[in-house]
Design a protein around this ligand. Structure first.
Ligand code: F6P
Length: 515
């Protein structure tokens, strides 16, 4: 958004949406809408690569829909999207391009002059990384792969290795260590032997306190337990090649400052995935994501799924005032998806100023949370059905299972459909504890099966949706200054835990240090 462009709350569409919300949006009942319009289910359903999405149970009528699309146009969403894909400096506060999409662009794709050189580098690194992955897969001596990284250098590969479990080579175990809490690393190290272990030190910056502390401890453990060949047993995944060399690592797979940490699963940070599922399937994952990139770039806004989802996010957050969204994947292999989305969405769009630094008078990122179904049903779904807050729910159903246990999958699918229907329908028991208000919104994604390509497409869909919401809100979705203050204070506090010096601290922190 150029400084002169209109901010979302200053557009005509925003004003019209406000009026429409007061007149019809607040009291909109999706049950009435279905009764009046038998074609509603089809009209509010969308096909994108590998993902079918039924948005018809959401609180949107034709007028809101029209105005939301107008809002996207008033906010120059298409121009912002095209600028990102042309290699513009979309992350202005850090002076960086935003090109994670290039990591999944085929080698022979027509690329503008701006990005052609980068694309060549991407494929050179990808080829080298995948060759190494194949080598590790064939190396029977390596039984354990330990990824040491945090945030984007942990959540993506960890989620993917779990999600693609069906395709993971037998004979290798994968471990993910992120926390500076030594319990995590200690419990993994207890299971390992140095000669059978490959450590991947994953850090975009190679300076992150947690990762460097864990990496040093892992190296010390390796050497103290008879490990001799650091070059064979450690590799680095980073943009900071010099720091990795200083640490004593010879084998480094690089990436670039135009890949945000939370968008880096497609880069060298994806090496654990490639070792787990193999080079061909890693490429399938990239191809699925690329297909979604193409959808996002070329489908008209009306049929553009990331755009549609983002418009719903804005409508719910800023007009209905819904402050959170729950994600319920009905596939246990997607159990780390909610954690991944927490970083993707909340670190990207949890911002309180627009790109010009002006405080925004509207809500941005909702709280994103969830658990796989059906577990969530037996825990917090009570609140979704009968609580005082309305929480839009996003269900993910997968048609075909990866197992042959006859009874389970039909029951699982029956449950996901039943929950969405129950949230919408409700049940009348006036004045009673058994009353369900209904009209509770939900979206249903359907994947044919969970495989590398559909997984890649699903994650890219979420990335673009976050981009679109951020573009409409006029914020920079690609920086994360909000994580800095805590890091600085932790540096100050660490030595005080030894010295008990509480000078200059607030009384509460001082008291806690003494304790
Ligand atoms: O502190 C937040 C953050 O910078 C995330 O954005 C990032 O994914 C994570 O830390 C890890 O950073 P790195 O990959 O540089 O270690």
């Amino acid at each position: 958004m150029a400084s002169s462009a209109q901010r979302c709350d200053e557009t005509q569409a925003w004003g019209s949406l406000r009026l429409h919300f007061e007149a019809a949006g607040r009291d909109f009942d999706v049950r009435d809408a279905f009764a009046k319009d038998p074609a509603r289910a089809a009209a509010f359903s969308f096909e994108a690569p590998h993902v079918f999405a039924d948005l018809s149970k959401n609180r949107v009528d034709v007028q809101a829909d029209r105005l939301l699309l107008q809002l996207a146009r008033d906010c120059a969403l298409e121009a912002q999207r095209d600028a990102m894909f042309a290699g513009a400096t979309a992350n202005a506060t850090e002076g960086r391009q935003v090109m994670h999409w290039l990591l999944r662009t085929p080698k022979d794709a027509a690329a503008g002059k701006e990005v052609a050189d980068e694309l060549a580098k991407v494929h050179e690194t990808l080829d080298a990384m995948l060759a190494f992955a194949q080598q590790v897969r064939a190396d029977g001596q390596i039984t354990d792969v330990v990824n040491i990284g945090i945030g984007g250098s942990d959540l993506g590969p960890q989620m993917a290795v779990i999600a693609l479990d069906e395709f993971v080579a037998p004979g290798k175990r994968f471990h993910f260590v992120s926390n500076i809490d030594g319990h995590e690393l200690a419990s993994v190290l207890r299971q390992l032997k140095p000669r059978n272990t490959l450590f991947l030190i994953a850090s975009k910056t190679f300076t992150t306190l947690e990762t460097m502390t864990n990496a040093r401890s892992a190296k010390r453990w390796f050497e103290q337990n008879g490990g001799t060949d650091v070059a064979r047993h450690f590799a680095a995944l980073t943009t900071n090649v010099e720091a990795a060399a200083e640490f004593g690592i010879e084998r480094t797979f690089g990436f670039w400052d135009w890949v945000g940490g939370r968008y880096s699963v497609w880069s060298a940070i994806g090496l654990p995935i490639a070792i787990a599922v193999g080079a061909g399937r890693f490429r399938d994952m990239l191809a699925g994501a690329h297909a979604m990139d193409q959808h996002f770039q070329h489908e008209p806004l009306e049929r553009n799924l990331p755009v549609r989802l983002a418009l719903l996010d804005v409508w719910y957050r800023d007009f209905h005032g819904f402050a959170s969204r729950s994600v319920a994947p009905y596939h246990s292999a997607l159990r780390r998806l909610p954690a991944y989305l927490q970083q993707l969405e909340m670190e990207s769009n949890g911002k309180r100023v627009d790109r010009d630094g002006r405080e925004v008078p509207y809500g941005t990122s909702p709280v994103v949370w969830g658990e796989p179904g059906t577990n969530g049903q037996h825990a917090y779904f009570q609140m979704l059905h009968q609580g005082t807050d309305v929480v839009p729910v996003e269900f993910i159903a997968v048609r075909r299972p990866a197992h042959e246990l006859a009874e389970h999958h039909p029951q699982l699918l029956a449950n996901v459909l039943a929950q969405a229907a129950a949230l919408m329908r409700g049940k009348s028991d006036p004045g009673g504890h058994k009353h369900f208000p209904g009209n509770r919104p939900s979206t249903m994604f359907v994947l044919d099966r969970l495989d590398p390509a559909s997984f890649g497409a699903l994650i890219a869909l979420y990335e673009h949706r976050v981009f679109c919401a951020g573009a409409i809100w006029g914020i920079n979705s690609f920086d994360q200054w909000g994580v800095e203050l805590g890091k600085v204070l932790a540096k100050d506090i660490a030595p005080r835990l030894q010295s008990a010096d509480t000078n200059g601290l607030d009384p509460s922190t001082a008291q806690l240090i003494k304790r």
